[in-house]
Design a protein around this ligand. Structure first.
Ligand code: HSE
Length: 313
């Protein structure tokens, strides 16, 4: 019986936002790393953060100013349980990495708290609460990290007030290579540099590429994915923020990647790659970053994954 639980710990995975061609609407989960959020039921109403551990320990502990805290406050206001929540945040995702760290904390908080409710809510309801948390970190309501962290796999989200979520199938054997440079890049800054106008020709290309990419996923057409996994709008404006970006991308493509771009707001880079080429692409990206004096952490992961889940009662 859910309502008898006194505490629950949820794992919420990292994620790659945008996936090059779906700015703010498309993302995929990266199950190799994530945040672990423990929520405990307490008699005093409200939301309190008891501490942070792991890769980041200096997060605000006022719930209003914390991404996980704000998400849990949103759930608390909507559900009005007759008890309160205390929360511990264990960060497994570096901040400012472009791997959806703030989204994962927000998702983990609502998934763990949901397990304590007498009548747990469906994930689509939790998405709206988690979005409130993400807004604290990035200054805007976007879902491309929240939705894949919550649902798993490659996820397209349409709409903000009443978001519709679609898990997109990924062709068998397609893997993702993730290379995370040891540097911090602020999402707010990386958003602030973006122009507010798009040239008509770029709009046409980007629209075609998004449509081609999604079609390629549904039909397992790797040539179409290769052709369309190409961001002509955002990447050209942000790539100068990442040392070695252009040569790392070229090396990944030469080694067999279907596409290679910025993960979220950066500085992490990702590539999609057929399984047999994954090791070569990873080595090429690491070597090219190294030639630019940049050390990276790196993972090869399946694009399909389970999404956030309760791991301990
Ligand atoms: N879609 C967002 C951006 C992701 O690219 O700014 C940030 O995590």
């Amino acid at each position: 019986m859910n309502s008898s639980r006194t505490h629950a710990t949820a794992f919420a995975p990292a994620s790659v936002g945008n996936v090059a061609i779906g700015f703010d609407i498309l993302g995929f989960a990266v199950d190799a790393l994530g945040d672990r959020i423990t929520v405990t039921r307490v008699p005093t109403p409200g939301v309190r953060i008891t501490g942070c551990s792991g890769l980041v320990t200096e997060l605000p502990t006022e719930a209003e100013r914390n991404t996980a805290g704000r998400a849990l406050l949103a759930l608390n206001v909507a559900v009005k349980p007759d008890f309160g929540f205390e929360m511990h945040i264990e960060k497994g995702i570096p901040l400012g990495s472009g791997l959806g760290g703030s989204a994962a904390s927000a998702v983990g908080a609502v998934v763990a708290a949901n397990a304590l409710l007498a009548e747990p809510l469906p994930k689509i309801e939790l998405l709206k609460f988690a979005m409130q948390g993400e807004a604290v970190a990035s200054g805007s309501l976007h879902v491309d990290n929240i939705a894949p962290s919550l649902f798993g796999g490659l996820v397209l989200t349409v709409g903000i007030d009443q978001p519709r979520v679609k898990q997109i199938p990924v062709p068998d054997g397609v893997m993702a290579v993730i290379a995370h440079p040891h540097m911090f890049l602020s999402t707010q800054q990386a958003r602030a540099i973006l122009k507010h106008e798009v040239a008509m020709s770029d709009f046409v290309w980007q629209t075609a590429n998004l449509a081609g990419f999604i079609s390629g996923c549904y039909t397992s057409d790797l040539d179409l994915i290769r052709e369309s996994l190409n961001d002509v709008v955002i990447e050209p404006q942000r790539r100068q923020l990442i040392p070695g970006f252009s040569t790392v991308r070229s090396a990944a493509l030469a080694a067999g990647a279907l596409g290679c771009s910025i993960s979220g707001a950066g500085p992490t880079m990702f590539a999609w790659v057929p399984r047999d080429e994954a090791t070569a692409v990873r080595e090429a990206m690491i070597a090219e970053f190294a030639r630019n004096g940049v050390e990276v952490d790196h993972w090869v992961v399946p694009v399909q994954s389970a999404g956030a889940r309760v791991i301990e009662d």
